[in-house]
Design a protein around this ligand. Structure first.
Ligand SMILES: [Fe+2]
Length: 193
């Protein structure tokens, strides 16, 4: 076996409190403006962007690519907050590779995992610290922070899974998670047809 540099074992440290890997590899930050097609209240979205365009979530990735494999870990930290009555959330995506699943592990905070097939079958899982969800291939996935502190989760996937944001940008998930009388509640998404 002719080992290359990337074929050797790698160990990283994960900070459960911060929700970051050490050493950090790559990161992405998404603000309200990056999610403007996703939030249903367009006036509230515009107003927040004008008021400084707050941070909604950050993702830190760690890829463990070798000559023969492409496992990766990602961790996402969603801030607490709302756009109008809709809680802060991730954009949500399908995988570009249709045979690729993913595992999500909630390590801080509380919220919901929303999942949906392209035909519109919708499922939501309530999340608390310790919840682990398996997202099978062909299910879009989005995480919503309904708590008062950051929601942090770890994702395990293959780099070859890729992202397909199109269908979610276009019409979103079948249901929105909004605050009603101080509590999270699902309502039908008018944009979804
Ligand atoms: Fe994914």
């Amino acid at each position: 076996m002719n080992l290359k540099k990337e074929d050797y074992p790698v160990t990283v440290l994960y900070d459960f409190d911060l929700g970051e890997f050490s050493p950090k590899e790559r990161s992405v930050a998404r603000k309200v403006s990056d999610l403007s097609p996703m939030f249903h209240d367009k006036a509230a979205t515009e107003a927040l962007i004008k008021q400084g365009d707050p941070l909604v979530y950050e993702i830190f990735y760690y890829g463990f690519k070798t000559s023969l494999s492409d496992m990766a870990l990602g961790t996402t930290r969603i801030q607490p907050g709302k756009v109008g009555d809709e809680y802060y959330m991730t954009k949500g995506h399908f995988h570009a590779a249709e045979n690729q699943p993913e595992i999500y592990f909630c390590v801080k905070g509380q919220g919901n995992l929303l999942m949906q097939t392209i035909e519109g079958e919708f499922l939501a899982e309530r999340w608390k610290v310790g919840t682990i969800s398996h997202i099978p291939p062909m299910w879009a996935h989005r995480v919503v922070n309904t708590g008062n502190e950051p929601l942090v989760f770890v994702a395990s996937y293959h780099l070859s899974a890729g992202h397909n944001y199109g269908p979610i940008e276009e019409k979103g998930f079948r249901k929105l998670l909004v605050e009603r009388n101080g509590k999270p509640e699902f309502v039908l998404n008018e944009q979804w047809k």
